[in-house]
Ligand binder design. Structure first.
Ligand code: F6P
Length: 350
């Protein structure tokens, strides 16, 4: 009997999702498997909404950003009494043997629980531009996002210099500063502010003032949307949460630009890179990386190695238990922060 495999992509999209589907589908279809695509993440399997993948031209699709299956932040564990039975029913209705879930912490966390608590056979593929998943060195989409942010900072240099301004550039990353750190360091930003290192606005202003005194007429400040900014004891960052319990971030760059201008009299502007970091085609590295992860997930399916996900470790594609990926969030390490010490402001104790 041929294997029947469901697949969904959940959470915020990331460049490389289509390549991952391609890597998965090509290997599975070659093995004679039937593939059922669910639309819009967990919402698709909860509501039994499918997309036929039979006619998909995977080879062409792998170039494109986004996901041909659609995505959402929905999750069966938001309302488990109602939605977990629906997931199990759809799985049974389609006579599936396994469900492949491509996603980040939320998507893979739900897959892990369904496997451990309901014995639903699942296989995972990690993705997130935030690169904050444990058990894998990197996630696809991350380097594409870093590229967008680095280029933006590079390009902003000329206008910053022309006008003698500070440009404050806000990158995505609510809990982890990976994009901001990589892009900020790569672009030679004068200050890099990440959630892992709370910062005093006074320290930032002191450092910028020092630069100005030394003759610099402009500067780039890279800031993660989740950076925690303090004015003495007072936290200036938003602590408001959205309907899914995540910090409602945004606005930190604007706030910093205003404070720099007020306190230093140095003209400052801000730019929020926002969803541009998730948009567009994946860079070549992410295409190949995602293809490899998708193909490895297909192997897990064919070997019936459930409860695992494909991951990258020391440049190799390996299998790791899903649980390892979702138990702790991977934030910037002290080693990374120390290595690029001069980019980050000293840790302040508010
Ligand atoms: O987790 C990926 C991510 O892009 C975060 O960096 C960002 O904070 C969030 O998603 C944005 O989510 P939404 O697309 O719901 O605005």
């Amino acid at each position: 009997m041929t294997l029947r495999v469901g697949v969904l992509t959940g959470g915020g999209d990331a460049p490389g999702l289509n390549a991952a589907i391609c890597g998965l589908a090509r290997r599975l279809l070659a093995a004679g498997t039937t593939l059922v695509g669910f639309t819009d993440g967990w919402r698709g399997i909860i509501g039994d909404r499918t997309r036929d993948l039979g006619d998909a031209d995977f080879q062409r699709l792998l170039v494109w950003g986004g996901t041909l299956l659609g995505s959402s932040g929905d999750n069966p564990y938001r309302k488990p009494e109602r939605d977990v039975p629906k997931v199990l029913a759809t799985f049974a209705r389609h006579r599936l043997d396994v469900l492949v879930t491509i996603g980040g912490e939320g998507t893979l966390g739900a897959a892990d629980r369904l496997w451990r608590e309901q014995q639903l056979p699942v296989v995972g593929v990690p993705k997130t531009i935030d690169n904050d998943l444990s058990a894998t060195d990197f996630t696809f989409g991350f380097f594409s996002a870093v590229e967008v942010a680095t280029r933006a900072m590079d390009d902003l240099r000329s206008t910053a210099e022309s006008h003698g301004r500070v440009m404050v550039v806000e990158c995505m990353g609510r809990h982890a500063g990976w994009i901001t750190a990589y892009a900020g360091v790569a672009a030679g930003a004068e200050a890099v502010l990440v959630p892992e290192r709370p910062v005093q606005i006074a320290d930032l202003c002191t450092n910028l003032a020092r630069l100005r005194t030394a003759g610099r007429n402009s500067a780039i400040v890279a800031v993660a949307e989740g950076a925690r900014l303090f004015d003495g004891e007072r936290c200036l960052s938003s602590m408001e949460k959205d309907e899914f319990g995540c910090y409602r971030t945004g606005g930190v760059a604007e706030q910093i630009a205003r404070l720099i201008q007020e306190r230093l009299g140095w003209e400052a502007r801000h730019l929020v890179l926002g969803h541009l970091q998730r948009a567009g085609k994946p860079i070549a590295f992410d295409r190949i990386f995602a293809l490899r992860l998708g193909a490895r997930a297909a192997r897990l399916v064919l070997e019936k190695k459930f409860g695992y996900m494909a991951a990258m470790r020391a440049g190799e594609i390996v299998d790791v238990p899903l649980q390892e990926a979702v138990t702790a969030r991977k934030t910037l390490t002290d080693q990374f922060l120390d290595r690029y010490e001069s980019f980050f402001l000293p840790i302040s104790s508010p």
